[in-house]
Design a protein around this ligand. Structure first.
Ligand code: GLN
Length: 196
């Protein structure tokens, strides 16, 4: 299936949404910025971008958005990056907070040093094409993965890019690198689920 027939939303309440949308368009998909729960209908997949997960949760309290999104991520391809990964996680620590609980991982917020810490690393990955550049900004750490979770890349011992059925999550910001392989990997997943 060609990317041109895929419509992928990017949650645009806060954070790094426009760069994700630009990357999806660059790869040939239709990108839609999502600001209200009723816009989720008709999407083939969704990206939950980085930002501040507590701020996302505040915005999602309105108009039943949290519940509508919780139902969406249970069955539809969704890629959570950084704060988006925190929203998808089954368990959130430091501090504990509400999440959709669909991705069988435990995440610790702001786990790599101080709140302002950012790092760029070149990290091996099972995605073809060699190591990936990874931009970490106040990143969460995945401290536990369940048996259904595939680890696509790790930083030291901690998984940083994972996949579980229709879900993908990264603790870094793939949209801030020029390498499009991670977004392409997600579009391939979206396309497989659309064909089912
Ligand atoms: N520190 C943020 C949080 O805990 C995540 C940072 C990010 O998305 N870059 O929600």
């Amino acid at each position: 299936m060609s990317e041109g027939s895929l419509t992928v939303g990017v949650l645009a309440l806060q954070g790094a949404f426009d760069v994700h949308a630009a990357m999806l368009k660059q790869l040939g998909a239709h990108a839609q910025l999502i600001r209200r729960p009723e816009q989720l209908g008709g999407l083939d997949g969704l990206i939950l971008p980085g930002g501040e997960s507590t701020t996302f949760l505040k915005h999602l309290e309105r108009d039943g958005f949290f519940e509508t999104l919780a139902a969406f991520v249970r069955t539809k391809p969704t890629f959570g990056t950084c704060a988006g990964c925190i929203l998808l996680a089954r368990d959130v620590e430091r501090p504990a907070q509400r999440s959709f609980g669909v991705l069988d991982v435990t995440v610790e917020r702001n786990a790599y040093g101080r709140q302002i810490d950012s790092t760029i690393l070149l990290t091996p990955t099972s995605i073809a094409g060699g190591p990936l550049e990874m931009v970490f900004i106040r990143a969460p750490k995945i401290t536990r993965t369940g048996p259904e979770v595939d680890i696509l890349a790790s930083r030291a011992e901690a998984p940083v890019l994972v996949e579980q059925g229709h879900l993908m999550a990264a603790t870094f910001h793939p949209e801030l690198s020029t390498d499009t392989r991670i977004h392409q990997h997600f579009l391939d997943l979206v396309s497989r689920y659309k064909l089912q």
